[in-house]
Design a protein around this ligand. Structure first.
Ligand SMILES: Cc1cc2nc3c(=O)[nH]c(=O)nc-3n(C[C@H](O)[C@H](O)[C@H](O)COP(=O)(O)OP(=O)(O)OC[C@H]3O[C@@H](n4cnc5c(N)ncnc54)[C@H](O)[C@@H]3O)c2cc1C
Length: 358
């Protein structure tokens, strides 16, 4: 249950892997390190298929407007989100997600599969339900995992939730009848497979001078970022997305407050929560900043929102990219195994290999 913390980089992937390798040798820690790298894989793959995020957002909007016209479908979606479908396991997971902001990976896979193949609800609405309620809700991991279950990530390969698998891995807490769940899962075909593109180059930092550091929920570990010789005149905290469920907003608000306190201490400067683009522009002007700098923004809602402010600022927005992402992302071209094979080489570049205790 580290994912809400790793997803927001309250702790970084590099820190987690370094801590694990202090205690265990690579062979013992390998499976866990691979799990951490799944997040990196999804992010790197998403960056190299940049058209998928806008197409998902458009599909979500289309589904939402369909709900306005189709009250029958709207009722089914609402019942699924309330945990009121009559399918005991599914209903329990829907309620658990809303109550806790978390589901185990298996439960996420079963839930998504039942949503798509048994209840035959639009996958984009299911992904949005997860995204609104998960404390670790992440555009890349979430959107691509839903697409993977639906058969839209690996052509033709779907994930089918099977009653015996659910009974086995829930230790018989749930034993769905065979005829309650879809017996097969035919891949959806939304005609949007994504076109491979180059990874976006981070917007370069100025070489010297003062900057305003923009803290966002994408990276809450500002003290470990490389800002070169730049002086941080002020830290501005970017407001969170208010479309998320209340517990997610509360988690993010507390996490941002914690990171803001650490940033103020680390950079020895003032911190302000920004309320509008004009407010951020005022801070940049008052600090005579050469740029508003942020940790490189991966594809997703926060980046869309930050970039929509860029034109109103007196200075450019610039980004600093973590070595973890710069080294790993290019290997997320096809399947996970391409990246997995590169883990030792990348850990070595990051000076994390071979630090393992024998
Ligand atoms: C339909 C679906 C939607 C998902 N949506 C999200 C999401 O929005 N955000 C999110 O962070 N994860 C998502 N996942 C991936 C995974 O379920 C969670 O990362 C994992 O359950 C987190 O629990 P944990 O911290 O106990 O993981 P552990 O099993 O303890 O793994 C350790 C760490 O490795 C990483 N990790 C492990 N498995 C995965 C994985 N499959 N993908 C990405 N990272 C992984 C996480 O950072 C995790 O904290 C989704 C999976 C599915 C099937």
């Amino acid at each position: 249950m580290l994912s809400p913390y790793i997803r927001h980089r309250l702790i970084t992937e590099q820190e987690v892997v370094a801590a694990v390798l202090e205690q265990h040798n690579f062979a013992a820690a390998e499976k866990f390190i691979q799990e951490v790298c799944w997040r990196t894989y999804w992010k790197g793959w998403f960056e190299q298929h940049a058209d998928l995020w806008p197409s998902y957002c458009a599909e979500l909007e289309r589904c939402r407007s369909e709900l306005q016209d189709d009250l029958g479908l709207a009722g089914l979606v609402a019942a699924a989100e309330r945990g009121d479908t009559g399918l005991t396991c599914f209903d329990a997971w829907a309620r658990e997600l809303v109550a806790t902001g978390y589901l185990h990976n298996h439960a996420r896979m079963w839930f998504a599969s039942i949503w798509i193949f048994t209840l035959k609800l639009p996958w984009a609405l299911g992904a949005d339900f997860f995204y609104r309620h998960l404390l670790d809700g992440d555009p890349a991991s979430n959107t691509l995992s839903w697409r993977w279950v639906a058969g839209l990530h690996t052509k033709g390969k779907t994930y089918l939730a099977r009653p015996d698998n659910i009974a086995h891995y829930t230790d018989a807490r749930f034993c769905p009848d065979v005829d309650e769940l879809a017996p097969f899962a035919i891949a959806l075909d939304d005609d949007v497979w994504g076109t491979r593109c180059a990874i976006r180059t981070p917007i370069p930092l100025p070489s010297s001078g003062k900057i305003v550091y923009l803290l966002t929920d994408e990276d809450l570990h500002p003290e470990s970022l490389d800002l070169g010789a730049l002086g941080v005149a002020a830290v501005a905290v970017f407001p969170i997305d208010d479309t998320r469920a209340a517990p997610v907003r509360a988690f993010k608000t507390a996490a941002l407050a914690d990171a803001a306190r650490r940033a103020a201490e680390h950079f020895a400067c003032s911190v302000e929560i920004v309320t509008s683009q004009e407010h951020l522009a005022d801070i940049a002007t008052a600090s005579k900043a050469r740029a508003v700098v942020t940790a490189m923004l991966p594809i997703g809602r926060t980046r869309d929102r930050v970039m929509s402010w860029a034109t109103a600022l007196p200075t450019p927005i610039a980004e600093t990219q973590r070595a973890w992402d710069a080294f790993f992302w290019p290997h997320a071209k096809a399947g996970f195994f391409g990246l997995k094979d590169k883990i030792p080489a990348v850990l070595s570049k990051l000076d994390l290999w071979p630090k393992a205790v024998p």
